[in-house]
Design a protein around this ligand. Structure first.
Ligand code: ZN
Length: 295
């Protein structure tokens, strides 16, 4: 709580968005819809990305990708460079199938306990110098180029909510811009509630990940809803069902969903639910912007 108050004092807008989403979730949802319209969206769109932070993610990513592709989806993958290098053949196979990769830094930022399957976060950009995290981003970029032959134009910071002061973010966006990047998806839903489904800073279009409809400030992801929840996918499925119902009414908006493969790849209910979003799939960030401009 002290930490929250300190953050609030530094960035009152963020505190406002947090309070809003906490106490008036329905109004926050309505506000998201209004901001989506203002951003030029005329239809519901869906972007799905997977963060691959451990070898447990690498072990399941190939089969999961094939299943989702046959269901009409084309997920993005944010893979830490060391994880990518350790399972190069698996990721090359899905890259050859058209998968697009986001630079997710180079160093591993999660440790997996092989016995329990527990995952611990290990490397935070907020805890190291700017020179160090910038080097990590450069190395992540090189890994995707060397291993997959792709030139990434999108980026995601390791760990949400740990590197999001406006000063850090501005430094990040400027740095990405210098490297020739165009997109970032590194911020929490609170940024979406403030600035909309995407917004441009320092030449980078930032796409905040989406929040839960029941609790718009809370990230809609498997980390929060499965791992830190009751271990089942029940809450995740409920939240996704809510989005699906809303999108089926045609309400403009962007669901920018990220999941961890190891948490969902064996869950047929989740995979089936995801494929129900296929009619709304936008593929990648560029295509969202294209439809916002021309839709
Ligand atoms: Zn990660």
């Amino acid at each position: 709580m002290i930490d929250k108050l300190a953050k609030a004092a530094r960035d009152p807008g963020l505190a406002w968005a947090w309070a809003y989403s906490r106490w008036m979730p329905q109004r926050a949802v309505n506000r998201s819809a209004a901001l989506a319209r203002r951003a030029g969206l005329r239809q519901p769109l869906f972007i799905l990305s997977f963060d691959c932070d451990t070898d447990a993610d690498s072990a399941v990513v190939g089969a999961m990708h094939a299943r989702l592709r046959s269901g009409g989806l084309s997920p993005l993958y944010a893979v830490a460079g060391e994880v990518l290098a350790a399972a190069a053949d698996d990721y090359r196979a899905i890259a050859d199938d058209g998968a697009v990769f986001l630079n997710h830094g180079y160093r591993r930022h999660a440790a997996l306990d092989p016995d329990s399957g527990a995952v611990t976060s290990t490397y935070f950009y907020g805890a190291v110098s700017a020179a160090e995290w910038q080097d990590d981003i450069r190395q992540g970029d090189a890994a995707i180029g060397d291993i997959l032959g792709q030139r990434p134009d999108g980026y995601r910071t390791p760990h949400f909510a740990s590197f999001e002061s406006l000063r850090d973010l501005m430094t990040l966006w400027r740095f990405l811009s210098e490297l020739g990047y165009r997109y970032s998806s590194s911020t929490r839903p609170l940024f979406g509630l403030r600035y909309g489904p995407f917004f441009t800073r320092a030449g980078i279009v930032e796409f905040p990940v989406s929040g839960c409809l029941s609790q718009p400030g809370q990230i809609l992801d498997s980390w929060g809803l499965i791992r830190s929840g009751d271990g089942t996918s029940r809450r995740l499925l409920n939240e996704l069902q809510g989005y699906l119902a809303m999108m089926e009414t045609g309400q403009p908006g962007l669901l920018n969903l990220y999941l961890d493969p190891a948490d969902v790849a064996a869950d047929e209910d989740v995979l089936t639910m995801l494929t129900r979003f296929a009619p709304f799939t936008a593929g990648d960030f560029a295509s969202v912007l294209g439809r916002a401009a021309h839709g």
